[in-house]
Design a protein around this ligand. Structure first.
Ligand SMILES: [Zn+2]
Ligand SMILES: [Zn+2]
Length: 269
């Protein structure tokens, strides 16, 4: 009923929308800001920005060294600017409309990258139950549902369970994160993954340790190819030369903590 009375507004900035022909509920300004990095050259293995002169399929040295258990990362963009602000806001329970709108953008990006080779199953990264109560909705779940709606393929929102409350990860490096996460994720029910292509969904990726642990569990449960989809890929500063030379971008490439208030080396995944 309310829709008939109130004109639609942008779910990001609140500006009035004259019309919404594609059903996105984002104004042109916000849409441009959120999608600013969509076509930045990135490593297909980990989603980090990289030298545009390298061949499209070449993986960065870090991928070769770490041997991630997932095959590919698709990100909407880098954790900076408007996308970073949106990613921080998306953690709040009352921002479901923004999460759904960004989820639609992520789904469009996945279509573009994956073509007809779409995943059979969609699995969001779970949150520990205490965090769920404090935070409300799990952002990853709402994102997974957006992708599921677009593809008409199932999102198994309770495929994985977070068994323990892990230490706050924002100050930990890759090895410490891996240790922190060991055994944290568990398969709830055996799904017939049967070598199928599985999509892992999360909001932010920093070192990739969380997605890696999820991929390990899913692989053991029979998943074949594993693609990871995230809204924002945090860089470690090393990628600055490939992010363009605007100073704002450089200042923001070193991200804050997930809450945006506690400075940390990397945001939480
Ligand atoms: Zn807007
Ligand atoms: Zn890489």
């Amino acid at each position: 009923m309310l829709d008939l009375v109130l004109p639609p507004v942008c779910v990001d900035c609140g500006a009035g929308l004259d019309m919404d022909p594609v059903g996105r509920l984002l104004c042109g300004n916000c849409l441009g800001g959120l999608c600013r990095d969509v076509h930045l050259p990135t490593c297909p293995g980990c989603g980090l920005p990289r030298d545009p002169r390298l061949p499209k399929t070449a993986r960065c040295w870090e991928c070769q060294r770490r041997k991630f258990r997932f095959d590919q990362v698709v990100a909407l963009g880098v954790y900076r600017g408007p996308l970073r602000q949106a990613a921080i806001r998306m953690k709040q329970f009352h921002e479901a409309a923004l999460v759904a709108a960004v989820g639609d953008l992520l789904a469009e990006r996945l279509d573009e990258v994956l073509g007809s080779d779409l995943p059979q199953w969609i699995v969001p990264i779970p949150k520990f139950w205490v965090k769920r109560i404090v935070r409300g909705a799990n952002t990853a779940e709402v994102l997974a549902e957006s992708v599921s709606r677009r593809w008409g393929r199932p999102a198994i929102v309770h495929a994985l369970r977070c068994r323990k409350s892990t230490r706050k990860q924002s100050l930990l490096g890759w090895r410490e994160r891996q240790r922190n996460l060991a055994g944290a994720l568990q398969l709830v029910r055996r799904h017939g993954f049967n070598k199928a292509h599985v999509l892992i969904v999360d909001d932010i990726m920093t070192t990739g340790a969380t997605a890696n642990e999820a991929a390990r569990v899913l692989r053991r449960a029979g998943a074949g190819r594993i693609t990871v989809a995230v809204v924002a890929r945090a860089t470690r500063g090393r990628e600055l030369p490939f992010l363009g030379n605007d100073t704002l971008a450089a200042a923001e490439a070193m991200p804050l903590d997930r809450d945006g208030d506690v400075p940390g080396r990397f945001p939480e995944e």
